[in-house]
Write a protein that binds this ligand. Structure first.
Ligand code: ZN
Length: 308
């Protein structure tokens, strides 16, 4: 799964640390995605020095800005620091970055030596896993930073805290911390079958998924599991068991995976404004299914292999 990066270790502790040349730069651009560089037949995250060199090569006549002064420390993986950088308008305008869309195939031979803004959904298909984890986790922090530039209480400008991962209001002192939204995902089985659905709201609603949904305020995770299954497919469930949890920075969520069995009537009543299709699938009927490093994919694949 996306956060299973052993033998590497993730250290989220906030620290005041200057970026080094070999540290990693995470650069996101609106809907265009995350900046990667195509090196040695594969897509990588650029190092800080790659970005410095980009300025030297692309803007030789202009004053080279100090990109490290505005770098925001994100986290460490082993001894490498990860920093979020914003590229100045001048470079975003003048450098011909390639932009991929979800439809474009990502071919390394086409993009050799180039910088590519890749959609976050395309990025998550890449390897190695620690790189994908870093990109997704940085994306979560970057989106949060974008939402706390101004104080939610009084509207004044905020500034980063010197001591912790937080933004502090310059006028009233309100402190905004990163937010993680818990969501449950559940593999409901019915003897030798599993319930798979297609969600109308997902951008790629062609995929079969497990029932999932955000935990409401005041609710326990298990209560949310019961409620989501009843709402989306009209089923009662029993024998709910915790499976595994997973940070999911792409949507700012934290997925909590459960297994459960249908209780009583197995007739599905679909929530039409949310679910376009819902059906019981036997192991043999589950279509070709790639592991997308998610707890949901893992549970479906394990069921197909007879291990769930
Ligand atoms: Zn304020």
């Amino acid at each position: 799964m996306i956060h299973e990066i052993a033998p590497h270790s993730y250290d989220p502790e906030y620290r005041k640390r200057k970026p080094l040349d070999e540290d990693t730069a995470l650069i996101y651009s609106g809907k265009a995605g995350i900046l990667t560089i195509c090196k040695e037949g594969t897509f990588c995250l650029p190092a800080i020095k790659d970005i410095s060199n980009l300025f030297i090569e692309e803007l030789p006549e202009k004053e080279i800005p100090d990109i490290t002064s505005e770098a925001y420390f994100l986290f460490m993986i082993d001894d490498t620091g990860y920093y979020q950088l914003e590229l100045p308008e001048c470079i975003n305008k003048e450098v011909s970055f390639v932009k991929t869309t979800d439809e474009n195939p990502v071919k390394t031979d086409l993009y050799k030596g180039k910088y590519i803004y890749m959609s976050i959904h395309r990025f998550r298909e890449l390897n190695p896993v620690p790189m994908v984890f870093a990109g997704a986790t940085g994306f979560h922090i970057r989106n949060w930073r974008g939402n706390v530039r101004f104080c939610g209480c009084c509207g004044a400008i905020t500034k980063p805290s010197d001591t912790e991962r937080a933004f502090v209001c310059t006028k009233c002192g309100y402190t905004a911390y990163p937010q993680v939204a818990p969501a449950v995902i559940v593999a409901v089985t019915n003897k030798d079958k599993i319930l798979l659905v297609r969600n109308l709201r997902r951008p790629q609603n062609v995929r079969l998924e497990l029932v999932s949904g955000y935990v409401e305020v005041g609710e326990s995770f298990e209560h949310a599991v019961h409620r989501e299954v009843l709402e989306e497919v009209g089923l009662h469930i029993k024998n709910i068991r915790f499976y595994k949890d997973q940070p999911w920075g792409i949507s700012g969520a934290h997925m909590i995976g459960y297994t459960a069995e249908v209780d009583g009537d197995d007739n599905i009543i679909r929530q039409e404004d949310e679910i376009s299709e819902a059906k019981w699938y036997s192991r043999d009927e589950i279509p070709e299914y790639r592991n997308r490093l998610s707890v949901g994919s893992e549970m479906i694949l394990k069921f197909r292999e007879g291990k769930l």
